[in-house]
Design a binder for this molecule. Structure first.
Ligand SMILES: [Zn+2]
Length: 57
């Protein structure tokens, strides 16, 4: 099973720590965040649908 590396937001250091950066104590995030969430997907769909309704009226 691959180990999930995380990247420090503050200093950019990659770490195996899952909580805070061991060097500067900064917050960590996954280096490759998901491009979109399900909420975004449906939000976009709703907006497109609304635009369609408005142009029709
Ligand atoms: Zn750091």
């Amino acid at each position: 099973m691959p180990v999930r590396m995380r990247k420090c937001v503050k200093c950019g250091r990659y770490t195996l720590s899952q909580t805070v950066c061991p060097r500067c104590g900064g917050p960590l995030r996954l280096p490759v965040p998901p491009k979109f969430s399900m909420e975004d997907k449906y939000g976009r769909y709703r907006r497109a649908l609304r635009r369609q309704m408005e142009s029709r009226s």
